[in-house]
Design a binder for this molecule. Structure first.
Ligand SMILES: [Zn+2]
Length: 284
C-alpha cells in the first residue's frame, strides 16, 4: 500500500481546497508496520477505528517542515450502484518516507458506511477544512516574513542584531509559532523587528513558488538546504517572498502578504547562543 508515491498537489496548488482523485487503498492503521503506527496520534474519538487511506494525488498537506497536517473529508464523487456512500474524516496526514505514499489517517462515523476494497479505483473528492488550512498558511508565511525581517535588519547592522545571524529551526503551529536564529538578538530589538515585519506586510509582497536545481537553490536561498527541502527529482521547491528572500520549503502559503492580517512579534528568548522569536497572526 505505502509503496506507491503520492503526487503532492499542494506543492504546486497551495490554494486548492477541493480535488478529485481515486481511492488507491484503505486499511486499518493496525495493518501498518509496528514502527509506523506510533507516528500517528489516536483520533479525537478513540472509540472509532483509525484507518489509513491513500490516493495517487492529494491536496492534504502532510505534517512536516513545522506545519501541521490538514484536516478535512474524503467522499465518493458519486455513490456506488448499491448505494454505498462513505464519508472519511481526515484527522492527520503524514509522509513516512519521501519515496512512499502520503498516508491519510481518518475515521468513519459508527454504524455508517465505510470504504472497503470494493471502492478501490473509484473516484473520490478530497476537501480540506478551509479555515484550518488558511490559518496554517498564514502562520507559515508569517514565519518566513519574520525570518526575512530579522535577516534584513541583521545584514544592515540595525537594532543591535549581529551581521552574521543565521536562520535556525522554525515552527508554525497555532499557539506555538516561532523562528529561531543562531546568534543573539537583544530583547530591545523587538519593536524594530515588529516595524520591519509591518513594513513588509504593508508592501503586500507576492509569495511565489519555484522549483530550482539544488545548485540554484543553494546559491540564492537565505537559509541552507536541510531536512525541509523538498521537490520533484533533483529539483528543490522554493518559496520566494516578493523577490527579497527565498527559502527551501514544502509547506503551504498565502498568495500575497496582505492575506496575513497582522503578524505580531510576541517575544524573544535567548538560550545557548540561539534566539527564539515567537509570533502569531491576528486579523488586521
Ligand atoms: Zn514555507
Amino acid at each position: 500500500m505505502a509503496d506507491q508515491r503520492t503526487d503532492p498537489v499542494y506543492h504546486r496548488e497551495g490554494q486548492m481546497y477541493a480535488h478529485n482523485t481515486t481511492l488507491s487503498s484503505i486499511a486499518p492503521l493496525s495493518s501498518l508496520p509496528a514502527s509506523t503506527q506510533p507516528l500517528f496520534k489516536p483520533p479525537p474519538d478513540t472509540t472509532k477505528t483509525p484507518y489509513i487511506l491513500t490516493s495517487p494525488s492529494t491536496i492534504f498537506h502532510a505534517q512536516g517542515g513545522g506545519q501541521p497536517s490538514d484536516v478535512g473529508t474524503i467522499t465518493l464523487t458519486s455513490p456506488t450502484p448499491d448505494g454505498n456512500d462513505p464519508k472519511f474524516t481526515v484527522h492527520q496526514v503524514r509522509k513516512v518516507d519521501a519515496s512512499a505514499a502520503i498516508l491519510h489517517l481518518g475515521t468513519f462515523a459508527p454504524e455508517e458506511p465505510r470504504f472497503t476494497d470494493a471502492e478501490v479505483g473509484l473516484e473520490v473528492k478530497q476537501a480540506v477544512d478551509v479555515p484550518t488550512r488558511v490559518l496554517h498558511s498564514r502562520l507559515h508565511t508569517a514565519g518566513h516574513v519574520l525570518g526575512l525581517a530579522i535577516h534584513l535588519l541583521s545584514r544592515a547592522g540595525e537594532a543591535g542584531l549581529p551581521r552574521d545571524l543565521r536562520d535556525g529551526k522554525a515552527s508554525h503551529y497555532p499557539g506555538a509559532a516561532f523562528v529561531e536564529n543562531i546568534g543573539l538578538i537583544p530583547g530591545d530589538a523587538k519593536a524594530r523587528i515588529q516595524d520591519k515585519v509591518d513594513e513588509l506586510v504593508a508592501q503586500d509582497l507576492g509569495v511565489a513558488i519555484h522549483f530550482w536545481t539544488g545548485e540554484e537553490a543553494g546559491t540564492k536561498c537565505i537559509s541552507g538546504l536541510d531536512g525541509a527541502a523538498v521537490g520533484e527529482g533533483d529539483e528543490v521547491r522554493v518559496v520566494d517572498i516578493g523577490g527579497l528572500g527565498s527559502y527551501p520549503c514544502g509547506g503551504t502559503h498565502v498568495a500575497c502578504l496582505k492575506e496575513l492580517g497582522r503578524v505580531v512579534v510576541r517575544g524573544i528568548k535567548r538560550q545557548k547562543g540561539i534566539s527564539k522569536v515567537s509570533y502569531e497572526v491576528v486579523d488586521a
